[in-house]
Design a protein around this ligand. Structure first.
Ligand SMILES: [Zn+2]
Length: 269
């Protein structure tokens, strides 16, 4: 956080992720099925500089982090067996398009079905994957982090979107509150949840950050909704509404907690 926000914005303005040439729906079909996908390690997502159109979010560099990928499918649909990784990527792609329409520059931490770790890393796979996501977010000077996930729970009745922020971080809590409210407004879930503090690596990088659990794959009705492109588009629109509501809040926004130093993380599984 050595450099001021104005400096970072100046530096990073206009850097956006190139739209993937691959068809999003084809990607989704590949990633969303039950088949075990080949493990592919990739160090970083392709990023290219272009100019975003002017809009309400012009000057803001937003990291979209589609959770899981590759060997790590994440939560699984109770009825369909669909892993969350492909759904997360699809929601992120839809959100990216809508954010760019508002003038934001967007960095995706992954653009396909892969984990960001080596096949046999010297540290835990999940940790290396998270470290590389964090490096992408930092190298690109992102001023906001939105991590996209799908939830699951042992009980089948739990449902509804749930937004998490770093425990004790006032900047994260402000963003999470705006995001949770926007998702409730747009999606009208049966269960209206409140934003919660949590302990997630991706939220500890020293920028306003939220982890968005879009809904429960363990709930039959919500799983059916999450499997439709129409509902995922609504989710993307609700996320953008959350960012817009946060950006429009008056007064100076609180600073995020400092980045957590993870250089001492364990080297072995
Ligand atoms: Zn997840």
């Amino acid at each position: 956080m050595g450099e001021g926000i104005a400096g970072r914005v100046r530096l990073m303005k206009g850097i956006v992720l190139a739209a993937s040439a691959l068809c999003t729906s084809a990607l989704f079909l590949c990633a969303g099925g039950n088949a075990v996908s080949a493990f592919t390690a990739q160090e970083s997502a392709p990023i290219q500089e272009t100019t975003a159109p002017a809009g309400l979010l012009t000057g803001l560099v937003i990291a979209l982090d589609p959770g899981h990928g590759g060997y790590d499918g994440g939560a699984v649909g109770r009825v369909s067996g669909t892993p969350e990784k492909g759904l997360n990527l699809d929601v992120a792609n839809r959100t990216r398009r809508l954010l760019m329409e508002q003038g934001a520059a967007v960095v995706l931490t992954r653009t396909d079905d892969y984990a960001l770790c080596d096949e046999n890393p010297p540290i835990r796979k999940k940790l290396q994957d998270m470290q590389r996501r964090a490096a992408l977010i930092e190298e690109n000077g992102c001023g906001l982090v939105l991590s996209i996930h799908m939830n699951e729970y042992a009980g089948r009745s739990e449902s509804g979107p749930q937004v998490f922020y770093r425990e004790g971080c006032p900047a994260g809590r402000l963003l999470a509150g705006a995001m949770q409210e926007a998702m409730i407004d747009c999606l009208q879930p049966r269960t209206k949840r409140e934003a919660l503090g949590g302990d997630y690596y991706i939220l500890t990088l020293g920028v306003p950050s939220v982890l968005i659990e879009c809904g429960f794959l363990s709930n039959r009705e919500e799983e059916a909704l999450l499997l439709t492109g129409e509902y995922r588009e609504k989710i993307a629109a609700s996320i953008v509404q959350g960012v817009l509501a946060w950006a429009a809040l008056e007064g100076e926004k609180p600073q995020p907690l400092e980045k957590t130093d993870r250089s001492d993380e364990p080297r072995a599984e």
